[in-house]
Write a protein that binds this ligand. Structure first.
Ligand SMILES: [Zn+2]
Length: 341
């Protein structure tokens, strides 16, 4: 028995006012063929050694029984259902419209009625798949108030974006999984996508950097990490670079250019897609130290106005490149002989 509080109140056993404990006890009951042990709240009269509950407590205890049952058989709890709904900022009745359910279904599921397994899976899918939510919303558009529709759409789109960014980060980290524990390959630094994003923006926003297309950007990233390693014994980003025909390219380079906060413009040319990096509104670089910025400024000073071919030529002359077999990982130990100081 856990005591929640002690309050002076009228006791229906003694028929008088005295200090009554509000307590939580473990109660057992069978529900839908399952034996359930759940926490239940009661008033406790010490004089008569009796427990009693008010209507509101009885409801709460009954909900507690159902939620323990839900957990035991693997269904969403009432709170989880409410939190899915509040994530989308959608009312009980509008969610029913979108799902094509009876208008009180969600209200009942957030109360005493335990949802069936099929409806439970649908609610979980809504939770994990905002794109699906948006497609259902679109189909139900005519049945919703325009203001509500717009609000749900806005929230749904924000959730899609958030999901994509999580998905992207996970995809990048999974490509780096083989290198975890081999910190020398990433220049004695764990991978920081925040730093990668800040550096790309720092280069994109500099008035001293021209022709910032993908090949040049990848070389500038390597030069920044290599120079930091040469100066301070550690790279900035934790990226791992391979030796490709046009010089150093980080693992997962195709994914890195889609990171949050970067302004990468794609255009189609005869010889494939061109990626150009443009200035961004955000000009703060909270993840970079002064030491990092000094390194970046040296790289910009040297290569800011270089064309792609010029920076590729420079890379081809670096010991780190000439000592590495094609497509192998470029070791940071060679950066001691880097052309930049
Ligand atoms: Zn009493």
């Amino acid at each position: 028995m856990k005591i929640l509080s002690i309050e002076k109140r009228f006791c229906p056993f003694c028929m008088e006012e005295h200090d009554v404990k509000r307590v939580v006890i473990e109660e057992e009951n069978d529900f839908k063929g399952e034996h359930i042990v759940y926490p239940a709240e009661y008033f406790y009269c010490e004089n008569d050694d009796e427990y009693y509950a008010e209507d509101e407590m009885i409801s709460r205890n009954s909900l507690s029984l159902r939620n323990v049952y839900r957990k035991k058989v693997g269904l969403l709890s009432t709170n989880q259902i409410m939190s899915i709904r509040s994530k989308y900022g959608i009312s009980q009745s509008d969610l029913c419209i979108i799902l094509g359910w009876g208008e009180k279904t969600i209200t009942r599921y957030e109360g005493f009625q335990v949802q069936d397994a099929a409806h439970d899976s649908i609610l979980r899918k809504i939770d994990n798949d905002p794109e699906w939510f948006l497609s259902l919303l679109e189909k139900a558009r005519e049945k919703l108030q325009p203001a509500s529709y717009n609000k749900y759409r806005e929230t749904g789109m924000q959730l899609v974006e958030k999901c994509q960014s999580t998905y992207l980060r996970n995809a990048i980290f999974s490509k780096y999984a083989p290198f975890f524990g081999k910190i020398e390959l990433s220049g004695n630094t764990p991978l920081s996508l925040e730093k990668v994003s800040d550096i790309i923006r720092y280069f994109s926003n500099s008035a001293l950097v021209k022709y910032l297309y993908k090949v040049k950007l990848m070389k500038m990233l390597w030069y920044a990490d290599a120079l930091s390693y040469k100066r301070h014994g550690h790279a900035i980003t934790g990226l791992v670079y391979c030796a490709l025909p046009m010089g150093a390219v980080p693992v997962a380079h195709r994914l890195l250019i889609s990171l949050d906060g970067i302004n990468c413009e794609e255009s189609e040319k005869d010889d494939g897609t061109i990626y150009c990096f443009r200035p961004t509104e955000n000009k703060e670089y909270l993840n970079l130290s002064e030491q990092d910025i000094d390194v970046l400024d040296t790289v910009i000073e040297k290569f800011g106005f270089s064309t792609k071919n010029e920076i590729v030529d420079a890379m081809h002359k670096e010991t780190a490149y000439t000592e590495t077999a094609p497509r192998d990982i470029i070791q940071f130990k060679y950066t001691m002989e880097l052309s930049l100081l």
